[in-house]
Every structure is written in C-alpha cells, then in structure tokens.
Design a protein. Structure first.
Length: 339
C-alpha cells in the first residue's frame, strides 16, 4: 500500500487494559499494523497511574471516564457486561466506534455480532456499537461458516475443551499455582473455578439454565445462529473447562443439507480465511492448544465422515487461541472494517 493510500492514524482507546484480553489487544494492534496514531489505556481507579510498557512506548493508565475516550476513533472494551451496559452506549453516542468484548449486547437484534471472516457485511449500517462474540463461538464459526456456505448446515453438535484463559488472567494463575501446590503436596484450593482445576476436568462453565445447559453452552447456540443468520439452526453444546493455559479446543459434529466428503470439506476449509487445516493424523498432525497458542488462524483437523449421518455428516476438531481469535484479534479485525 502506498503512503498516499495508507489509512489515516486513528486514536484508539482500550478500556480494561490491565486484563488478559486488554493486554492482548495492545499486542494485536501492533502485530496487525493497525494505524494507531495515539493509544490510550484505561482501567479502574486502583490501576490509574501505573505505567505500561507497550510497542507504542510507555503509556500511563488512566481511570476510565466517558469524556476521556469521547474524541477517539475506536474504543475497545475488555470489561464486564455490567460495565459495558452502563457506559458503551454513551461512548458510542459521542462518536467513537465501540467494540465490546462482553456479552452485554450480543443478543440485541439491533447490534451486529461480527466475526469478520464470516459476516463482515453486518458491519455496514450497523451503527457505532458492535458486539464481539463469545470466545468459543468465534473459534467455531470460522470453521462452520465456510462449511455452511458450501454444503449447508442442518444441525451442529459441539463439545468444548476450554482453557483456563477463558476465565482471564486469574484463571491461568490459579491453574499454575494450584498445579504447583498439588505436585509439591500442599493443599489445593480453588477460588476462580468451582472445583480444583489441576489434573481435573470441570463440565461446568458459567451458571446452569432451566434447560440443564450452562449459559456458556447456550451462548454457542444463540451466537452461532445470529452470526450465520440461521435463527432456527439446531445447535447443542457441552462446555468443559480443562487444565491448559490457552487455546480452546472443540469437537464438532455437523449434519449437512448437501452431501459432503472429508476431502471436499478440506478443500473448502483450506481456502477459508482464518483457517489453517492441520490434518495428517498418521504423522501426528492435528489441532492442539500447544500449536494454536499465539496463532491468528484457527486450526482445523481430524476431518472425517460422521458414522451417524454418513455422507451428510462430518466430525472435525478445532483449536483456536481464546485470547486472540476468541477475543482480542476478532475485536481488532472488526476495527479494521472501519478503515
């Protein structure tokens, strides 16, 4: 791109900059060469005054107030849903493009929920407030979108294996500390997760709903339907917390409308934006958290004919970095739609 056609520098603010997602947003902006002319970092009052070393130099954290971001071009929110509900509309009304990483606005029919590889068209005319999907959904739909376009989706069944990063920096710290305690014979206690996480699996993420599913599981259903624009798509999910640092894994079964073969699916996915096909099982090549961590693309592999749905079904395994495609990367990609 020539200098004459380069996008003008943008004023960018990150609210919630001290958390795991906020920190990743800083790095992703830099890695993707987003045209940051000025970067403001905001957090709670207890963090105000601290200095962050960033690729853009040392930046002093400010205590959040709407007037401190009102003149920005882009405001990335890495905050709680309650905080977003309280402040995001006012920020957007002041003029900035607001991209919210919480669940506060995902199910509002007037607010776009966007994964740019799949439904970037929703950005046009969508107003100044955009919702970033749940991490699990964002990773899944990068694979599901191309398959739906090529073969049609009739139903989707997902089992997730979600890293402790899904609970933020505190979750990762609890895994590390309590694993060390377990190995050294000290008491293992839990505060972030409902049960001890070292050497364990917890089949509960978020609160249980009246239908027996957790809210995390229902987010996958609700958000997949909205992003794929398939309001009646049957989607069932079981979400499990596992003792890894980063990158969520998902075993996905799809029944398709048109016949599908593993080779045809691989060809479609190999051409899909944001997907890296890793599928040579005989050589031990398949998606894993170790290889997906730190990567922008979502790994997809173990692609095979489903034995229940036959030539209308596929099983696949997907792995993506929860803090990147599941959060910070997707938010920055949405911001790029405004350039």
């Amino acid at each position: 791109m020539s200098a004459a056609s380069s996008p003008a520098p943008r004023k960018v603010a990150i609210v919630g900059a001290t958390g795991a997602v906020g920190r990743e947003m800083i790095e992703v902006l830099h890695r993707r060469n987003f045209p940051v002319g000025e970067l403001r970092l905001l957090a709670s009052g207890r963090s105000a005054g601290k200095v962050f070393d960033t690729p853009y130099g040392a930046i002093t954290l400010q205590e959040f107030a709407v007037d401190k971001v009102a003149d920005c071009d882009v405001v990335l929110l890495a905050v709680s849903g309650d905080f977003a509900k309280a402040h995001a509309p006012a920020i957007a009304a002041a003029g900035p493009l607001v991209i919210d990483n919480s669940s506060a606005f995902r199910y509002d029919p007037e607010i776009p929920l966007i994964v740019p590889e799949i439904n970037a068209h929703a950005f046009e005319g969508g107003g100044r407030l955009i919702a970033n999907p749940n991490c699990t959904t964002a990773i899944a739909v990068v694979a599901l979108g191309p398959l739906h376009k090529a073969f049609g989706l009739k139903r989707v069944i997902v089992s997730t294996y979600q890293a402790t990063s899904g609970a933020g920096a505190e979750g990762m710290a609890e895994l590390e500390e309590q694993t060390r305690n377990q190995l050294e014979g000290r008491p293992v206690t839990n505060s972030v997760f409902r049960h001890p996480i070292p050497f364990n699996l917890i089949p509960q993420i978020d609160s249980f709903q009246d239908n027996g599913y957790t809210k995390e599981e229902m987010k996958v259903t609700w958000e997949t339907r909205k992003i794929l624009e398939l309001p009646d798509l049957p989607v069932s999910c079981t979400a499990v917390r596992i003792p890894t640092y980063r990158a969520h894994s998902e075993a996905i079964t799809v029944e398709t409308i048109d016949p599908v073969t593993p080779d045809a699916a691989r060809r479609v996915l190999a051409d899909a934006a944001g997907v890296k096909v890793v599928d040579v099982p005989a050589e031990g090549l398949y998606p894993m958290p170790l290889t997906a961590t730190g990567q922008f693309d979502v790994e997809v592999g173990r692609i095979r004919t489903n034995l229940v749905f036959g030539d209308h079904g596929l099983d696949l395994f997907v792995c993506g970095d929860q803090l990147l495609k599941g959060a910070a990367l997707n938010a920055v990609q949405i911001a790029e739609l405004s350039l």
